[in-house]
Design a binder for this molecule. Sequence first.
Ligand code: PBG
Length: 323
Amino acid sequence: MERPRRLRATPAMRRLVAQTRVAAADLVLPVFVREGASEPRPIATMPGVVQHSRDSLLKAAVEAVEAGVGGLMIFGVPEHRDATGTGATDPRGVLNVAIADVVAEVGDATVVMADLCLDEFTDHGHCGVLDDRGRVDNDRTLERYAEMALAQAAAGAHVVGPSGMMDGQVAAIRSALDSVDAIDVAVLAYAVKYASAFFEPFRAAVESTLDGDRRTYQQDPANAREAMREVRLDVAEGADLVMIKPASGYLDIVRLVADSVDVPVVAYQVSGEYAMVEHAAAAGAIDRDSVIMESLTSIRRAGADIVLTYWATEVATRLRAST
Ligand code: PBG
């Protein structure tokens, strides 16, 4: 008789034969910085996550780096918004200032990434600029993304993460970066981003003004083949890493992508995935810490090399304590 249980008999044996590991260095912490905040502000939809002040952001960055986290992804929340999102390209804008701050503080010890999208900076809340009929204008948005890439590179970002799902965004950003010799700034393409209801808690985190949805640019959750097309285009346009987002509901897509590319595969465990666990745990329905580790292990097992997770510092700290 075959006895698969033999390999599960002790914790030491299970550890030895574990096929998938979660390491601190694989985790990236998304952080929010709020213009004008003098102290961190809790985000009601995401218990435990805050909008940082300039100061508290640096403390969180140091803490993450000390825990061994692989990188930080910075989102900016501006005080004022307008039609074209000028705050995104202003060197004194909240995100560009935060990038420079974090790079100065921990830039030698970690990878500093910046969200490259207009939705936090536009008064209508869309990821791009609008045409005169109110539709997102793909090609005019590319011009803004190119300018944003230059501002983020000037602030010192190591990686820019275009998350707006405009066609041609990776090529536009790559060529802008190359034109100023920023050849070492990498592009983490949100290649496969679904129009997901799991992003809802994030809206409060960035005080989103969006009225409507993003279905004309983000992907239909029904589609898998389209994900392969998006990945193919982004890699051809020069993406250095490709992301799938959300993670948990889309592990089949993570696997498909991981089997087809030769660049690192990133998955984003989004706000809704986070919030469901935190709220269920607060209600006593699940064991929080076990569910967190199981969820991250599953995302890694599906083929993600790197995971963005709001639990990055906590999990990295726990992993450090256990080894
Ligand atoms: C938009 C953006 C979103 C998220 C990251 N970047 C929201 C959206 O596309 O609607 C969601 C992240 C999360 O839910 O944790 N630039």
